[in-house]
Design a binder for this molecule. Structure first.
Ligand SMILES: Cc1cc2nc3c(=O)[nH]c(=O)nc-3n(C[C@H](O)[C@H](O)[C@H](O)COP(=O)(O)O)c2cc1C
Length: 265
């Protein structure tokens, strides 16, 4: 479970509750760039005040038995690339692993993640370092590991419309067959419908139909870019699951792009 916050007592209490509910790891968010988070001096804003960041880390580490990890960026901006210092101090405080997104806060998601810069964090600590940013293929995963010297890769946005991505990259690294990658348009349609139905089960129909739309949009963008606007709009606005499912089957069962699933992963 990841926690974001600014007050040590609140973070410690959140960690205690999460661990009590069975969390295996508590991760502290020191990477989120969003103004509504940094405005509360949380997320990546903590990188502007490492003493305060350490106060939070020590409070959480001192509260839970499970491993505590930290997610960070390279720093607040180009003039303050202090992730190596934060990582080293976090390690000294008992943090067991750090994940580094190779951008500064002020970059938000612009430009390209600097994979080589993550090497400076790796060199600063002896705990495992996870490298993150702009990885979406086995080749990119190999490159970020090579350039950063990191111990593992974290993958985010490449999962939009392709939730099997991490599994297929891990399988490629192990020279195994990729698990769960839909191999045909029919299999892709089944996969997407199953995802949709799972979301309706998890959230209930009223909330589920709304929450599923961003995923359906990503599937459409990625595998059915040629779908006509009207059909796309119908899928993304309809409140009747049976009609959404019928439209999904129609679109994805015949999506030519679906034949390129493996290269898309
Ligand atoms: C919509 C969105 C939500 C995110 N939420 C979180 C979050 O809650 N915690 C976190 O540590 N990182 C969060 N991130 C950042 C990602 O974990 C990751 O660092 C970033 O997207 C770069 O990796 P990528 O290029 O593989 O996507 C979020 C990113 C996006 C795009």
């Amino acid at each position: 479970v990841q926690l974001a916050g600014h007050e040590a007592a609140h973070m410690a209490e959140g960690a205690r509750i999460a661990a009590g509910e069975g969390a295996d790891i508590i991760d502290i968010n020191m990477g989120c760039p969003a103004k509504k988070v940094t405005g509360g001096y949380a997320g990546s804003a903590l990188m502007r005040d490492l003493d305060h960041a350490l106060w939070l880390i020590e409070a959480v580490v001192g509260t839970v038995e499970v491993p505590v990890t930290v997610k960070m960026r390279l720093g607040w901006d180009e003039s303050a690339l202090n992730a190596p210092m934060l990582a080293r101090r976090a390690e000294q405080a008992g943090v067991k692993m750090v994940t580094v997104h190779g951008r500064t806060r002020c970059q938000f998601y612009q430009g390209k993640a600097d994979w080589r810069a993550i090497a400076r964090i790796k060199q600063a600590v002896s705990i495992p370092v996870v490298a993150n940013g702009d990885v979406g293929s086995p080749a990119e995963a190999a490159m970020i590991l090579d350039q950063s010297g990191a111990d593992a890769v974290m993958i985010g946005r490449a999962h939009y419309g392709a939730p099997w991505t991490a599994g297929s990259i891990a399988a490629a690294a192990a020279k195994d067959a990729a698990p769960g990658v839909p191999e045909s348009p029919q299999a892709l349609a089944d996969y997407i419908v199953a995802h949709y139905e799972d979301m309706l089960t998890l959230y209930g129909i009223e909330s589920g139909v709304r929450q599923a739309r961003k995923h359906l949009g990503w599937y459409l963008d990625r595998h059915a870019a040629g779908v006509v606007d009207e059909q796309r709009k119908a899928i993304l606005t309809c409140f009747e699951p049976a009609r959404v499912i019928a439209a999904l089957r129609e679109v994805f069962s015949r999506a030519a792009e679906a034949m390129n699933l493996r290269s898309a992963a």
